[in-house]
Design a protein around this ligand. Structure first.
Ligand code: BES
Ligand code: MN
Ligand code: ZN
Length: 507
């Protein structure tokens, strides 16, 4: 008999010291014996007799079964039923969270269900909360449930004295392996890092302060980091990044992270992650209306996802050689701001006529993609809050995919779906390339009119990847939630952190 694994205290290097409480695995402990503020158990629709719900029904003397028979407990997806002082439990409260139809339960559903329960319980301070995993779950499912719980208890209230969410002092997972709990906690720290960066006020998070955050997390997770300041950007001919940044008193930065996993010392990177890091998008001289500008601190969400995913991948010691590059700019209207009609010579040599200073993300990414192309990665994937048009096409929840390489795009879509983040591919229709041709320069930074705007933006980016297999993910919709959902407070969502980690793990 192997000795039972020791309870592990989880605190990943992705996490800055102040965030989401300890996460502990108690693989063999009996949940009913653990003193806690609350005990969370998962239940599929009508399935009070199955899995850990059945076990809890037994120890509570058939309480769950009676509630189910009375129609009070159905297991509907994300429905939470809370019971105080249930018999047979050391915990003060039992929370049953519904999973919906049993055959539809997957890692993504478990992530959201655990997050829903945690979010509800985190409405008040709790010293300890126990989550009961189910023996039938796969390792991936345990990981995503653990991640969901640790994300759900963190809110967007960074600046509120009276916090809406208080992370539990400790989260205990029973019937889960310490390895899966550790991985899930690390993934959650990645998602919460991306969320915190997005939720930070734009006057606090600007190109240099984002780069400082990147340097701190790189140091903790063992990544190499380069930060190009404006002089270095000039030496490197990154005129496109510099042009967009000229209207701001906060100069632009380019962050390049490199992680070489076990057994990956030489050769070019296997994957390059690229992120749009516009720390605030006023629109520039093509100024946004006030209502559209309010949430534009979210315009660095692609960069945050890329930083957080790279940090998580490094903390998990995944066997990959990865680079991540984030173009950091504040798009403002200062006296030196770039203008409509300006022609920018991008690092690649391509000349860009500026028709709209609010189409700044693609201009920034032109240089970031060119820098990355020079590193000759086997594959590139970028994440960017690039176009409102993508939200018109796909709504708030679904990210748009665009590619020059179908197998690469398919892998990314599969990774996203495996963790429950919806994505949908849009066509890189060849004729739309005509729309970005300019009379004055090689290309212009908008299409003809607004129709198909997310595709013309992707066609623009394609010009800078030099034929390397590449997929662009437009996360303008999913990066930021204007309203809360049952499983998450509003604000930054951490979209694409889990898909990127899953992508590198290879499903
Ligand atoms: N950052 C915006 C896109 C965006 C909109 C992200 C809403 C998240 C929510 C981007 O820089 C932008 O302004 N795009 C313009 C492009 C247009 C001027 C061609 C847009 O979508 O209107
Ligand atoms: Mn813009
Ligand atoms: Zn933007």
């Amino acid at each position: 008999m192997p000795t039972p694994p020791r309870a592990a205290v989880e605190f990943s290097p992705v996490r800055s010291a102040d965030t989401a409480g300890r996460i502990v695995a108690e693989p063999t402990a009996r949940p009913e014996t653990i003193a806690a503020d609350a005990l969370v158990v998962f239940m599929a629709e009508g399935a009070v007799g199955a899995g850990s719900a059945a076990a809890l029904d037994r120890v509570t003397g058939g309480l769950l079964g009676r509630l189910a028979a009375a129609g009070e407990l159905g297991g509907k997806r994300y429905e939470c039923v809370s019971l105080l002082a249930a018999p047979g439990l050391a915990a003060g409260q039992l929370l049953v969270v519904g999973l919906g139809k049993r055959e539809e339960v997957d890692a993504g559903v478990l992530y959201k269900a655990a997050a829903t329960a945690a979010r509800q319980l985190a409405g008040r301070p709790r010293a300890q909360v126990v989550f009961v995993a189910d023996g039938s779950w796969t390792t991936r499912q345990v990981e995503q449930a653990v991640a969901g719980a640790a994300v759900g208890m963190v809110g967007q209230d960074l600046y509120r004295a009276d916090r809406r969410r208080t992370p539990f002092g400790a989260t205990v997972w029973t019937a889960a392996s310490p390895e899966a709990v550790r991985a899930g906690a690390t993934i959650a720290d990645g998602v919460n890092l991306a969320r915190r960066l997005v939720n930070t006020a734009p006057d606090d998070l600007y190109p240099q302060s984002f780069a400082d955050e990147a340097a701190a997390v790189a140091g903790r997770t063992g990544m190499e980091i380069e930060i190009w300041d404006e002089e270095q950007l000039l030496r490197e001919r990154c005129q496109a990044i510099l042009a967009v940044g000229r209207g701001s008193s906060r100069p632009p930065r380019l962050v390049i992270l490199r992680y070489r996993g076990p057994g990956r010392q030489d050769g070019p990177p296997e994957v390059a992650l690229v992120g749009k890091g516009v720390t605030f998008d006023s629109g520039g001289l093509s100024l946004k209306p006030s209502d559209s500008m309010l949430t534009m601190k979210c315009d660095m969400a692609g960069g945050a996802a890329v930083l957080a995913a790279a940090a998580t991948i490094a903390a998990l010691r995944l066997p990959v050689h990865l680079v991540a590059a984030i173009g950091l700019v504040e798009n403002m209207t200062g006296p030196a701001a770039y203008k409509l009609g300006d022609v920018i010579t991008a690092r690649s040599g391509t000349t860009i006529e500026v028709h709209n200073t609010d189409a700044e993300g693609r201009i920034v990414l032109a240089d970031v993609l060119d820098v990355v192309r020079g590193l000759q990665p086997a594959r590139i994937v970028d994440a960017a809050t690039l176009t409102g048009a993508c939200m018109v096409a796909l709504g708030h929840d679904v990210a748009g995919l665009f590619t020059n390489d179908q197998p690469w795009c398919d892998r990314i879509a599969a990774a996203a779906r495996a963790v429950g983040e919806p994505v949908w591919q849009l066509p890189m229709y060849a004729d739309y390339d005509e729309q970005i041709k300019s009379e004055v320069a090689d290309i212009k930074n908008v299409g003809d009119g607004r129709w198909g705007g997310s595709i013309t933006a992707a066609k623009f980016l394609e010009r800078f990847v030099g034929g390397i297999p590449w997929t662009h993910i437009d996360i303008a919709g999913p990066a930021f939630a204007e309203k809360p959902k049952p499983w998450t407070d509003g604000g930054g969502t951490g979209a694409m952190v889990r898909p990127f980690v899953e992508l590198i793990r290879g499903g």
